[in-house]
Design a protein around this ligand. Structure first.
Ligand code: GLN
Length: 247
């Protein structure tokens, strides 16, 4: 009897099924049922996808404006903010991502992503999206300590400190009155939230600690929590109402 590759052989499980098993059931976890976009132009977007998928969320890599349709939230990863800015312009994504954030849907920026959502940078470059009322200082921790790790208290996610990995990280130089600082390192704000926007100067996606992504999931479950901060939504901009009865 001839046998071609791919034919089922009784009693023999196909190797590809063993290596890439289908999920046995619908994914469970805090993120189940959500679809989260991860801007995938440059930087560590894969680590964000893996972290969100560990929480049961579906993820989608975003490189084109139409890929934003139907998302529950969007992650802007770490990388190089000048490169990300240039690629967002080339791919026509700056305007659509700004509109996405202004519509009230949750956005989480880590490191270069924090810079991208800021109102502006101390350095005046790159141009930013103005989704959070913060001024970011790039490479703020200086040459000697360009990259470091520390146990950082972030009370919003629990008593146990977060292992925070800083890689040529920015800090929040100043913040408007609507910004809630969630963590500071040596007197400088390094995590914050304002309405539908969350930022961390460090990289929770690199440590296996999912608590900051869980906080982001909570924001997505709540829907919009208020206006996107830096500028009022323009007339006609749609805002997603918070579903009744959610926390
Ligand atoms: N230093 C980078 C910038 O200014 C950010 C570094 C990072 O995202 N890890 O864009």
């Amino acid at each position: 009897m001839s046998h071609r590759p791919g034919d089922a052989v009784p009693g023999v499980q196909r190797l590809d099924r063993i290596l890439s098993p289908e999920p046995a059931a619908a994914p469970r976890g805090a993120g189940a049922g959500l679809t989260v976009g991860v801007l995938a132009l440059q930087g560590d977007f894969r680590e964000h996808r893996l972290t969100l998928e560990r929480l049961g969320a579906g993820t989608r890599e975003i490189r084109r404006p139409h890929e934003l349709d139907g998302l529950d939230g969007l992650v802007l990863p770490g990388g190089e903010s000048t490169t990300i800015h240039k690629l967002m312009e080339i791919y026509g994504l700056s305007g659509p991502i700004r509109a996405f954030g202004r519509s009230g849907r949750p956005v989480y920026g880590t490191c270069a992503g924090l810079i991208t959502v800021a109102r502006e940078t101390v350095e005046g470059y790159p141009p930013t999206l103005g989704l959070m009322d913060i001024v970011a200082r790039r490479n703020a921790f200086g040459r000697q300590v360009a990259s470091f790790e520390t146990d950082l208290p972030v009370p919003a996610v629990g008593e146990r400190p977060v292992r925070a990995v800083f890689i040529r990280a920015p800090w929040i130089e100043s913040a408007g009155p609507g910004v809630e600082v969630l963590a500071s390192h040596e007197g400088h704000a390094v995590a914050a939230r304002e309405a539908n926007v969350l930022v961390t100067a460090f990289h929770p996606e690199l440590t296996g600690d999912t608590r900051l992504h869980e906080l982001f999931v909570t924001m997505m479950r709540r829907g919009a929590t208020g206006s996107a901060a830096a500028e009022p939504p323009r007339a006609g901009a749609r805002r997603q109402p918070a579903p009744a009865g959610t926390r």
